[in-house]
Ligand binder design. Structure first.
Ligand SMILES: *Cc1c(COP(=O)(O)O)cnc(C)c1O
Length: 352
């Protein structure tokens, strides 16, 4: 509902043409419902509820808008072959949001409340969950400081919102490697900062370096550590992995690397498959000599890296082709997420 109470048209509305699931990409599509809980003039406990998708009202002096006091999450729901709708590790997103809330002085959302709210949004938007194999429903929980501030004190008012949007598969056909440029002068995060939590301000400083890399024909940027400019931290919006003589390496978490749930899942799957997985500092020169490299994240899952440019030197990895271990990890993780492979670690949560 917009402020005037008129429902906005969304592509795929029942009164519209049915959604063409084969054309589903990564553009934002409005769905029917969102979840909103506002800590505002309510005597605790405040309660949240579903309401029709639409604009929200927020003070111009809100802390989130002025000082960036906000965090977000990203997870997905998928339809199984049998038609059930399943989530992947939603408690992990809930836990991560709690850590972020603590770092940015927001009131944490209890894990069960988070998971139940996510389920309610998915259920209410069931017709937007793509058919099996056609994509997924991306779910975006947000926690924002909505209280009015001038001086720098944490406000007492906040908003917890969850909306969702159907998206197509990242790779429509076969997996294909991407090319990356190592950022020469920009960094994503500094030690002790907010890079280790999903803060709303983390991506804005990456837009310019990513746009410059794209102009030169690269898909994204690799960030090195801000202290020594020597060790790989992350690929713009994904965690980094490389493989050398069968051993899998990924940078150690700290305050500068986002603890990806896909990262944790890939590490577990690799161990289950018998690989030696090491979390350590990954020197960029070591990575340039790796046999395979890939990025991980909720939307892209496992993305092979075929080319890296560092200081003007362009290196091909695995002859620019998808590595064998990369493919195996991708196929295993997507198999579990789709409900096709056994879920040994109880990662799948049914929406009912
Ligand atoms: C969200 C995010 C990731 C990936 O995390 P997942 O939980 O795997 O989706 C990686 N890096 C950054 C900077 C992120 O914001």
């Amino acid at each position: 509902m917009s402020a005037s109470g008129q429902k906005r048209k969304a592509p795929g509305d029942v009164e519209d043409m049915p959604m063409d699931w084969d054309k589903l990409g990564f553009d934002f599509v409005h769905t029917d419902f969102m979840f909103v809980k506002e800590w505002k003039r309510c005597s605790p406990p405040c309660t949240g509820a579903l309401r029709p998708w639409g604009d929200i009202s927020i003070s111009p002096a809100a802390c989130a808008l002025n000082y960036g006091q906000g965090i977000f999450e990203g997870l997905k729901a998928q339809r199984t072959e049998a038609g059930e709708v399943i989530l992947f590790r939603p408690e992990s997103n809930a836990n991560r949001m709690q850590n972020g809330a603590e770092r940015l002085c927001l009131e944490p959302i209890p894990v069960q409340e988070f998971v139940e709210a996510v389920k309610s949004v998915v259920q209410a938007n069931d017709r937007w969950v793509p058919p099996y194999g056609k994509g997924f429903l991306y779910i975006r929980p947000c926690l924002w400081g909505s209280g009015e501030v001038l001086s720098l004190v944490p406000p007492s008012e906040q908003m917890f919102l969850i909306y969702c949007c159907p998206v197509g598969p990242y790779f429509k056909g076969n997996l294909s490697p991407i090319s990356l440029q190592v950022a020469a002068k920009n960094h994503r995060a500094c030690p002790g900062g907010q890079g280790g939590v999903k803060a709303i301000g983390n991506y804005a400083p990456g837009m310019q370096p990513a746009a410059e890399a794209k102009k030169l024909g690269y898909n994204e940027v690799i960030y090195l550590d801000a202290a020594e400019h020597k060790y790989i931290e992350e690929v713009g919006t994904a965690n980094f992995f490389c493989v050398k003589t069968g051993i899998i390496y990924t940078p150690t978490l700290g305050t500068t690397i986002l603890p990806g749930i896909t990262r944790a899942s890939v590490m577990q799957i690799a161990k289950d498959l018998g690989h030696d997985v090491r979390e350590e500092r990954v020197d960029v020169d070591f990575a340039l000599g790796a046999d395979e490299a890939f990025g991980t994240g909720t939307a892209a899952i496992v993305v092979p890296i075929g080319k890296i440019n560092h200081n003007g030197r362009e290196v091909q990895l695995n002859r620019g082709e998808v590595g064998e271990i990369t493919r195996k990890l991708h196929d295993t993780l997507t198999g579990i997420q789709k409900g096709k492979l056994p879920d040994k670690h109880n990662w799948i949560v049914k929406v009912k």
